[in-house]
Design a protein around this ligand. Structure first.
Ligand SMILES: [Mn+2]
Length: 257
C-alpha cells in the first residue's frame, strides 16, 4: 500500500503548513504540493514540509512566479516538472507553467522579440513542454503514473492516455471526478481563511475581525488490486465562539490562536 499526502494553494500561509504538520504523522511515502506555495514564503514552507520523513514533490502555480524552476529547496524536495519520481509502484510526474523557467528565459524571443512574437513563442514553448510530458508518460507505465499540475489539465485522453489520476489545485475546493476513465482530483486548498468575529459582539468594527483557517488536503492510498482511494481531510476549526463574517476579507486580520 502506497500512501500520499497531497495539498496545494498555500499562498504564503506558513501557519497553514504548521497546522498540517501538527495533524499528520510520518506515515506517508510522499508529500505532493500541486502549486501555489507562494514566492515570498517558499523557503519557510519547505523547511516545515521537510520535517515529513518522505520525499516532497511539487509543481509551481501562479503564486510561484518569482521562484526558479531549478531552485533547490533542500534534500528530498523534487520539482516534478517533466521529471518523474518513483513512489512505491507509482511514478509521479508534473507540469509547471509558472515560475522562472531558465530554458524559456534563455530563448531568443524573450530578449529580442516584440510582444506579439513573444506570445507566439511562449505558446510554442508550452506546447513543446507538454509534448515532452506526453512522451515521458507514454515511455513508462502510463497506468501507474500520477500527473500533477496547478491548473486542471484538459484533453488528457489525447496527450496522456492511460494515466489514471490527475492532481491539481488553483480552484479552491475539493473535487473528485471521473471523466472518460480518468480521475481528476482537486486537492486544494490548504489556505482557506474564514473571517470571523467573536460571538456576542455588537457592532463589530474592522479591528474585531479575526480569521480561522479551514484548509483542506487529501490522503491518497494506492495498491495494485484496489486502485486509488481518495480521502479529503479538512482542518475543520472550532467555530463555536465565533461568528462567520460573509462577503468581506480584511487582510490584516489576525488568526485566532
Ligand atoms: Mn493558483
Amino acid at each position: 500500500m502506497t500512501r500520499i499526502l497531497a495539498c496545494s494553494d498555500i499562498h504564503n500561509n506558513v501557519n497553514a503548513v504548521r497546522q498540517l504538520r501538527a495533524r499528520e504523522g510520518n506515515d506517508y511515502d510522499a508529500l505532493i504540493v500541486a502549486g501555489d506555495m507562494g514566492s515570498d514564503a517558499a523557503d519557510e514552507i519547505f523547511d516545515i514540509l521537510r520535517t515529513f520523513d518522505c520525499p516532497i514533490l511539487y509543481v509551481f502555480g501562479n503564486w510561484d512566479s518569482r521562484l526558479r524552476h531549478d531552485q533547490n529547496f533542500g534534500d528530498r524536495c523534487h520539482h516534478l516538472h517533466l521529471s518523474p519520481y518513483p513512489v512505491g509502484d507509482l511514478a509521479i510526474v508534473g507540469e509547471t507553467i509558472d515560475g522562472i523557467d531558465p530554458e524559456w528565459e534563455a530563448s531568443i524571443e524573450v530578449k529580442t522579440g516584440d510582444p506579439a512574437s513573444v506570445a507566439i513563442a511562449r505558446q510554442e514553448h508550452v506546447d513543446r513542454q507538454r509534448a515532452k510530458l506526453s512522451k515521458i508518460v507514454a515511455g513508462q507505465s502510463p497506468e501507474r503514473t500520477v500527473v500533477v499540475s496547478h491548473y486542471r489539465l484538459t484533453k488528457t485522453q489525447t496527450f496522456l492516455p492511460g494515466a489514471p489520476l490527475f492532481l491539481f489545485g488553483h480552484i479552491h475546493r475539493f473535487e473528485d471526478i471521473k471523466y472518460r476513465g480518468q480521475r481528476f482530483v482537486n486537492v486544494s486548498a490548504l489556505d482557506k481563511k474564514v473571517m470571523v468575529t467573536r460571538k456576542g459582539l455588537r457592532r463589530a468594527g474592522l479591528g474585531d475581525h479575526r480569521f480561522l483557517n479551514d484548509g483542506s488536503y487529501v490522503v491518497i492510498s494506492h495498491d495494485a488490486r484496489a486502485g486509488f482511494a481518495i480521502e479529503p481531510r479538512r482542518f475543520d476549526p472550532d467555530f463555536s465562539d465565533w461568528e462567520r463574517v460573509e462577503g468581506i476579507f480584511h487582510s490584516s486580520a489576525m488568526e485566532v490562536e
